[in-house]
Design a protein around this ligand. Structure first.
Ligand SMILES: [Zn+2]
Length: 342
């Protein structure tokens, strides 16, 4: 072989860590083929037909179950690059009352049946009617997904995923208990790159005063500052915090951490997100449901609910405020050395 050609080939070989082993791959391959993929779904708000609703307040979003079925089918169909797993970042059911949790979870599991890969669920506000850490309210969720699934970690492709229950701490004690658990798992995994999954965002993903109005609930970000503080203490290894809850899509980089909140499917813009993990970066692409489904229930941040639309300093139109800017819907998370899968 010509010496120059050989050197060029040698330079194009990369040593890539895959599932604990170091594997040599061609540079072009490392660029194009992800180590693994996963999909984020949240805020499906699936609701069982029975028991009959006691009041209109319990009514879920229009076509919530149809939209969830579309998502499961899209993920399982050949048209979508098959993910290794799905993370379900809360409000997968509508709930709204203790007696409705079990039937809604049953309807959800029925819809999820054709999903061709594992689902890692996260407790949302609606799974426990905002009663974070209540044994009574957690029981239907644990019966549906497993007793060890209300707060847990798992490792995939060298990244530690931390599924945190921040479904709306009703007391200072609940927040303390949550943060005790988080402190332990962050320090046990201190040398690993990490992605945190939690239903309620830890920072405001729009201008704070505007978001408080357009969301209409004080939980537009986690009310307990202790959780964010703990995560920021591990900023050298925490890649991102993935959340839902707001029913809008947004991304902000605060310090070294990407805070990503996806709208979910219940109301416009009706989004899910695909994450492709490469040795040196994560490519994130938000995908909107087909127009008829996406528009079947309007944004909770606009005209239909408030009689007016909202914009903020970074989002100059109502559409951009609700959907996020193009660079919040497709972007790259570069991985510094401590954040690379190993
Ligand atoms: Zn929701």
């Amino acid at each position: 072989m010509h010496r120059r050609a050989f050197l060029a080939t040698a330079a194009a070989i990369l040593l890539v860590p895959v599932a604990g082993q170091t594997v040599a791959v061609q540079a072009g391959e490392a660029d194009q083929k992800p180590l693994f993929r996963f999909v984020q779904v949240n805020d499906l708000h699936v609701q069982a037909a029975e028991p009959a609703l006691a009041s209109q307040d319990q009514q879920t979003y229009k076509q919530a179950n149809d939209k969830s079925r579309w998502v499961v089918e899209a993920i399982s169909a050949a048209s979508f690059p098959p993910p290794d797993f799905v993370v379900g970042v809360g409000d997968l059911i509508h709930g709204e009352g203790l007696e409705r949790l079990e039937p809604d979870l049953r309807a959800l599991r029925e819809i999820l049946k054709p999903l061709g890969c594992p689902l890692h669920p996260v407790v949302g506000k609606h799974e426990v009617v905002q009663q974070e850490r209540s044994e009574q309210y957690l029981k239907p969720y644990r019966d549906a997904f497993g007793t060890d699934r209300s707060e847990y970690t798992f490792v995939h492709g060298g990244i530690l995923f931390v599924a945190l229950n921040n479904s709306g701490a009703p007391s200072a004690e609940a927040a303390q208990e949550r943060n005790r658990w988080l402190r332990d798992v962050l320090s046990a995994g201190k040398d690993r790159p990490k992605i945190v999954l939690c239903h309620i965002p830890l920072i405001a993903l729009r201008d704070e005063a505007t978001l408080a109005k357009s969301f209409g609930f004080s939980s537009y970000r986690d009310g307990d500052p202790g959780t964010l503080k703990l995560i920021e203490e591990h900023r050298d290894t925490v890649i991102a915090v993935l959340s839902g809850h707001l029913h809008l899509t947004g991304m902000k980089r605060q310090g070294e951490i990407f805070h990503i909140s996806i709208a979910g499917t219940a109301s416009y813009p009706c989004d899910i997100a695909m994450y492709e993990v490469f040795p040196d970066r994560i490519e994130v692409a938000v995908r909107q449901l087909p127009a008829t489904l996406a528009k079947s229930d309007p944004s909770i941040h606009g005209e239909a609910r408030h009689g007016r639309d909202f914009t903020d300093s970074d989002h100059r139109t109502a559409e951009e405020y609700q959907r996020g800017r193009p660079d919040e819907r497709r972007f790259t998370i570069p991985l510094s050395v401590g954040k690379r899968p190993k």
